[in-house]
Design a protein around this ligand. Structure first.
Ligand code: TTP
Ligand code: MG
Length: 356
């Protein structure tokens, strides 16, 4: 049976949730992030409504610059608990449409809908899902459907907002080929620049590039990149994926709700697991945190990244983000951190042999 994977990504998520909460904001430029303080504020934009994006405002931009570009916008602070709650409602809707829901960020998830049997049927299913989210949550999303996770993800971004893009196995190369290499998840601005400097501008050109050249330039990531460019998921390579994980946990002497203590502990757990990861020469894809509260209730939250990495900065930021949900005043007894979905160099060997 062919795999049919659906990727859903909410449109201007934080901003749309605020508009839903206060419908008088509909149609206005809305910017979520740090306080602009009349143009002198520090910090960055979390997201902006599509109306504000018309002025050139985008995620990650300094809030002072956003204020200069769009002073008439409505500026609102980030209200994480509200977005987490809404995200939970959306995921409950999404998971009823398929199998193996895998939430990869607050507003984004993969779902395996292979069981439905055809891409045409999957497309109708996606339209029903969009309609249910629109009716029940007053929010729009963009959906991509493809034979792999990477194709579904690129497709969901193809027609935003409120889009639906369906790519069948036969259409994969015609769809991916002309796209800029930066559309491949994991190819950031730095890698894109390096590729473009070597004349590799489009995904099609990346596929044509000799895999050994990519390997000498980027190591293991070069090999993964080449697979992704052909619409193949690197995580689905069976050989070489380790079932084990690397984890650490800390029990506090005294249960605590102090944010600074909890964040510092998570940071130190991050550094510890990272050290083992590097010593054992692994890359990882999934981060899981464990939180045990004062009543001994144990909770876990996970996030799976788009590509394997050994990046300490990512471990720290993702574990902190996952922890945020629990910083609601409850006292905490234990914190844990686990890296799983581990990859080692022999994964790459196996992959290379497939391509040679
Ligand atoms: P995205 O899905 O990247 O962005 P978006 O949903 O706002 O817009 P789009 O329609 O393009 O999907 O991120 C989801 C949320 O994560 C976003 O609403 C705010 C938050 N976020 C940040 O706080 N900082 C960032 O740099 C990014 C990219 C997102
Ligand atoms: Mg989004």
């Amino acid at each position: 049976m062919n795999r049919i994977i659906l990727h859903i990504d909410m449109d201007s998520f934080f901003a749309s949730v605020e508009v839903k909460n206060n419908p008088s904001l509909r149609g206005l430029p809305v910017i979520i992030g740090a306080d602009p303080k009349g143009g002198s504020g520090r910090g960055v934009v979390s997201t902006a409504s599509y109306e504000a994006r018309k002025c050139g405002v985008h995620s990650g931009m300094p809030i002072s610059r956003a204020y200069r570009l769009c002073p008439e916008a409505v500026f609102l602070p980030v209200n994480f608990p509200l977005y987490i709650q809404t995200s939970g409602h959306i995921m409950q809707i999404v998971e009823r449409y398929g199998e193996h829901l895998e939430q990869v960020s607050i507003d984004e998830a993969y779902l395996d809908v292979s069981q439905i049997g055809s891409f045409t049927a999957a497309s109708s299913l996606a339209l029903r899902m969009k309609e249910e989210i629109r009716t029940n949550e007053s929010l729009t999303c963009s959906i991509g459907i493809g034979p792999s996770r990477v194709v579904a993800k690129i497709a969901s971004d193809f027609q935003k907002p409120d889009g639906l893009t369906v790519i069948t196995p036969e259409e994969v190369m015609a769809f991916l080929g002309p796209l800029p290499v930066g559309k491949i998840p994991g190819i950031g601005r730095k890698t894109e620049k390096e590729l473009v400097e070597r004349g590799i501008t489009t995904v099609g050109q990346l596929v044509q590039t000799d895999i050994q050249e990519l390997r000498s330039l980027f190591g293991m990531w070069g090999v993964y990149m080449h697979a992704l460019a052909q619409g193949e998921d690197v995580g689905s390579v069976r050989t070489g994926i380790e079932t084990r994980s690397i984890s650490r946990e800390t029990t506090f002497e005294v249960d605590t709700d102090r944010m600074s203590v909890l964040e510092e502990t998570m940071d130190s757990l991050s550094r510890d697991v990272h050290q083992s990861l590097v010593e054992e020469q692994y890359l990882f894809r999934t981060i899981t945190i464990k939180v045990r509260d004062t009543r001994f209730a144990t909770h876990t939250r996970s996030r799976t990244l788009d590509r394997p990495t050994e990046d300490l900065h990512l471990i720290r930021t993702v574990s902190r983000e996952l922890l945020l949900e629990f910083l609601d005043g409850r006292k905490i007894r234990l914190l844990g951190l686990r890296l799983s979905h581990l990859y080692k160099d022999h994964t790459v060997q196996a992959t290379i042999q497939e391509y040679l």
